[in-house]
Design a protein around this ligand. Structure first.
Ligand SMILES: Nc1ncnc2c1ncn2[C@@H]1O[C@H](COP(=O)(O)OP(=O)(O)O)[C@@H](O)[C@H]1O
Ligand SMILES: [Mg+2]
Length: 279
């Protein structure tokens, strides 16, 4: 069974004439690292809001079709129940941080679910080490930087061990060092725990090498969802108005000129290997 299933799903926000999502059919499988890509306004955040019931339960609007999380209809099952399966880190983490200090913030969800104290202590230690926030545990959320807040939000969600972890532009507040660290950590975690991770992310240089699948969105539609290799070598990706890694552009031009006829590389390392082979 798919973890998440969109069936002919369309949604428009109340007060907005245009549909933000149009006739989405999408399956999210187990144990995948998935990149969600599309221009600003293409519907990425809206799609994510559907994955834990915030749409249609929290955001008012009109919808058709259905979304299911492990078979449970997201318009019927309480958001709190869905959140035991799906963990989402939204774009502005400061809105998500509610506690007096970072340690309480991580403990909050675990306490709500009634985990024993010992388990909570162990989890706080584990996730604060993973995300590099051990020195922040006693600080208040407003005392720390945007990047640190982002890492606290990620740690709080990780502590709940969701089966599907979704992050909406997680590195937008992070400097390059932590951006790389967090992305690498997410990939390690995905492989180790065999969960599925969905990331909306513009920094393709970081994320492309790690992704298994890519979902392409445009104007509220999912225009392609496939293995990375197929998406990257296809025309839809080529025509999408997003920042592509420079090596993609170079090899794509060579391909168009008939100088290169192999699959396009999806990391700088890969690109260098291809060049070495040809020299
Ligand atoms: N809370 C909201 N109320 C009304 N319209 C919204 C709301 N959030 C997003 N939209 C609209 O839905 C469309 C998709 O937006 P969004 O999902 O945020 O795209 P993305 O995350 O790809 O930038 C846009 O036209 C946007 O203006
Ligand atoms: Mg967005």
């Amino acid at each position: 069974m798919a973890l998440i299933n969109f069936h002919n799903f369309s949604f428009r926000y109340k007060g907005n004439e245009n549909y933000a999502l149009k006739d989405i059919n999408l399956e999210i499988e187990e144990n995948k690292f998935i990149l969600l890509l599309g221009e600003t306004g293409s519907g990425k955040t809206t799609l994510i809001r559907c994955m834990n019931g915030l749409i249609p339960q929290f955001y008012s609007g009109f919808y058709r079709g259905s979304v299911a999380v492990k078979g449970a209809d997201t318009s019927k099952v309480p958001i709190a129940d869905l959140s035991t399966i799906v963990g989402i880190v939204f774009q502005n983490p400061e809105n998500q941080l509610v506690s007096m200090n970072v340690e309480h913030e991580i403990a909050f969800g675990l306490e709500n679910w009634g985990f024993p104290r010992e388990h909570i202590r162990k989890k706080i230690k584990e996730v604060s080490e993973l995300t590099g926030i051990k020195t922040l545990l006693e600080k208040a959320p407003f005392e720390i930087s945007g990047g640190e807040q982002q890492r606290v939000a990620i740690a709080s969600i990780l502590a709940l061990e969701p089966e599907i972890l979704i992050l909406d532009e997680p590195t937008s507040n992070l400097d390059p060092y932590f951006a790389e660290k967090i992305i690498t950590l997410l990939k390690e975690l995905q492989k180790k725990k065999k969960i599925s991770v969905i990331i909306s992310e513009h920094r393709l240089d970081l994320i492309l090498p790690l992704a298994d699948e890519i979902i392409l969105m445009k104007k509220g539609e999912v225009i392609q969802h496939d293995e990375k290799k197929k998406v990257l070598n296809g025309d839809i990706f080529k025509d999408l108005d997003i920042n592509k890694p420079f090596y993609y552009s170079i090899f794509h031009t060579l391909k168009e000129k008939g100088i290169f006829d192999e699959p396009l590389p999806f990391s700088l390392e890969d690109a260098l290997k291809v060049i070495k082979k040809k020299l």
